[in-house]
Design a protein around this ligand. Structure first.
Ligand SMILES: NC(=O)c1ccc[n+]([C@@H]2O[C@H](COP(=O)([O-])OP(=O)(O)OC[C@H]3O[C@@H](n4cnc5c(N)ncnc54)[C@H](OP(=O)(O)O)[C@@H]3O)[C@@H](O)[C@H]2O)c1
Length: 240
């Protein structure tokens, strides 16, 4: 983007990738204020330019009330997400489908980005180069789906991707200086991927610090003409 961001928000700043993004942004943008949200997890580091906020991303009123505290926001990066938890884990076959688990995936992986876009629309409009990016997942690509399984997570990320693409079209008119991006981080060594790392080659399991650095390289180069794309950490454009 052309202008350096002054106010950046990281949603899910307590997660593996989110925390790494907070660390990297504090280093890269020494003038920027960073707001970061956490939920169950511990708040990470403290820093004079970093302000933590407790937030359940399923709570639309809480997102709206957070948005009300900002006049201008330049970047929002949503790194909150859900793959397994008290409602279950990814399905190997359709026999395992549980409506409540599917809905929980939608509540955490899909809806929050739409709620953020809605609640922060006015604050993002005040930026000379607004950016809304969400960490999606390659398994949300319909074209790239070769293995099957993981119905709920795949569906929630595919729906997220559609939400971001649709928003990018609206932003051509409402936020013409802005950019909307879906991001794939590769496989990162975090709590979310922990139970599924056994088949991942060591070289393919990234330290989130590496991914965060690659994401910020990517995001700083985005222009309005790049809006509405699905990017891998290394700058590759993925099929929807
Ligand atoms: N790790 C990977 O290999 C991988 C691969 C592809 C895509 N992704 C995507 O990358 C994103 C980040 O994942 P990660 O690997 O960093 O996982 P992680 O370490 O488990 O972090 C997940 C984050 O989501 C937050 N979160 C979960 N439920 C929430 C809720 N209801 N309200 C608010 N925050 C909530 C967590 O907050 P608390 O910890 O504070 O509860 C945490 O900050 C996710 O969208 C994931 O789907 C990850």
């Amino acid at each position: 983007m052309t202008a350096e961001p002054q106010q950046i928000l990281i949603v899910g700043g307590s997660g593996g990738i989110g925390q790494a993004l907070v660390d990297e942004l504090l280093m890269r943008f020494p003038e920027a204020q960073i707001g970061a949200s956490y939920y169950h997890g511990r708040r990470g580091i403290t820093h004079e330019r970093l302000c933590w906020r407790a937030l359940d991303v399923r709570d639309s009123l809480a997102i709206d009330s957070w948005a009300g505290t900002f006049k201008r926001v330049d970047w929002i990066v949503n790194a909150a997400g859900y793959l397994h938890g008290s409602h279950g884990g990814p399905e190997k076959s359709i026999r395992a489908l549980d409506p409540e688990f599917l809905l929980e995936n939608i509540r955490i992986n899909t809806l929050p980005t739409l709620l953020l876009a809605k609640s922060f629309a006015a604050a993002l409009k005040q930026s000379p180069a607004p950016l809304l990016a969400t960490v999606s997942a390659r398994v949300g690509s319909i074209e790239d789906n070769r293995l099957g399984g993981w119905y709920s997570y795949r569906i929630s990320k595919a729906a997220l991707n559609m939400a971001l693409k649709t928003l990018s079209i609206e932003w051509q008119h409402s936020h013409p200086r802005g950019c909307v991006a879906a991001l794939h981080p590769g496989t990162n060594d975090t709590a979310l991927s922990k139970p599924f790392q056994s088949n991942v080659a060591a070289d393919d399991l990234f330290d989130p610090a590496y991914t965060a650095s690659m994401f910020i390289d990517l995001l700083t180069g985005l222009k309005p003409a790049d809006s509405g794309r699905f990017w891998a950490w290394n700058g590759e454009i993925l099929p929807w």
